[in-house]
Design a binder for this molecule. Structure first.
Ligand code: UDP
Length: 261
């Protein structure tokens, strides 16, 4: 099959492309190389199974051209990283919400199956107790830029589900939790690569707050396996899935583990 991977030059997207090529599929990557890089996919461009289109998911004509040429789409293009989202809120809302709008509209128009990479951010701000999928959405302080990002992802989810319900489109939503692995950069705030580069430089590790907040970290290879399985499963259509690890780690323990390693 031939797949469109938006954001395919990014951390997770490049691993999705790797896995698709490994399964003998062809891949078209649409990426504006803002947070992704050619370096992440250089090894894929040489063998001809992957085509890189440098451009934005906001460019309708370009997205349409890509969408026409493929069988299905993984929509991963997004502004990511807490630091970037807070510094460039306008850009992140625009590319996440309008990007989803453009990509989903064209996938629906051309009858192409689509998997949307959403985020655990849509669960919002908890009060310390575990949340359930069916719980009411607990948005954090609405003036905080971080929740604008969560809203843009929530918009994407609602859009995908509406396309399924009203247009009969084949769309699946995967909510990614903290994914880690090779090619992830700490530039945009992600904790593990930041800790690793601080530790390698012999510097102190910057733990925010009291470090007792916890996250569940999932290796990118496992995340990609889940995304590919969901993208190919008929019974997943119209549903929303958590993609993450079930093992919470306190950030201060993560810091200790990184130092130990
Ligand atoms: N964090 C930290 N030091 C850093 C970056 C992040 O202590 O240099 C903490 C942050 O406060 C959060 C956790 O690590 O509790 C995960 O942050 P990240 O930005 O990686 O992911 P997210 O908050 O989106 O889950």
């Amino acid at each position: 099959m031939r797949f469109l991977v938006t954001g395919g030059a990014g951390f997770i997207g490049s691993h999705v492309a790797d896995a698709l090529v490994g399964g003998d599929h062809e891949v078209v990557i649409l990426d504006d190389l803002s947070t992704g890089s050619r370096e992440n996919i250089e090894h894929l461009l040489q063998d001809g199974q992957v085509e890189l289109v440098v451009g934005s998911v906001l460019e309708e004509d370009l997205v349409e051209e890509c969408m026409r040429s493929v069988d299905a789409c993984f929509h991963l293009a997004a502004v990511v990283g807490v630091r970037l989202v807070i510094e460039q809120t306008l850009d992140s809302i625009r590319s996440n919400a309008l990007g989803a709008d453009t990509v989903f509209t064209l996938a629906a128009r051309h009858g192409k199956r689509l998997l949307f990479a959403s985020s655990s951010e849509v669960y919002g701000q908890g009060d310390g107790r575990p949340l359930t999928e069916g719980a009411h959405r607990a948005v954090g302080y609405r003036m905080h830029a971080r929740w604008a990002y969560a809203s843009s992802k929530m918009y994407g989810e609602a859009l995908a589900q509406s396309c399924v319900r009203e247009l009969g489109s084949e769309m699946v939503v995967a909510r990614l939790f903290n994914v880690v692995g090779p090619r992830q950069t700490g530039t945009y705030g992600m904790v593990l690569p930041r800790f690793v580069s601080q530790a390698l430089a012999g510097a102190d590790l910057t733990v925010y707050g009291d470090g007792r907040q916890s996250r569940c970290f999932l290796h990118v290879d496992d995340a990609v396996q889940a995304l590919l399985a969901l993208g190919g499963a008929n019974r997943a259509i119209g549903n929303v899935y958590n993609v993450g690890s079930p093992d919470p780690v306190r950030i201060v323990d993560l810091a200790r583990l990184v130092i130990e390693r």
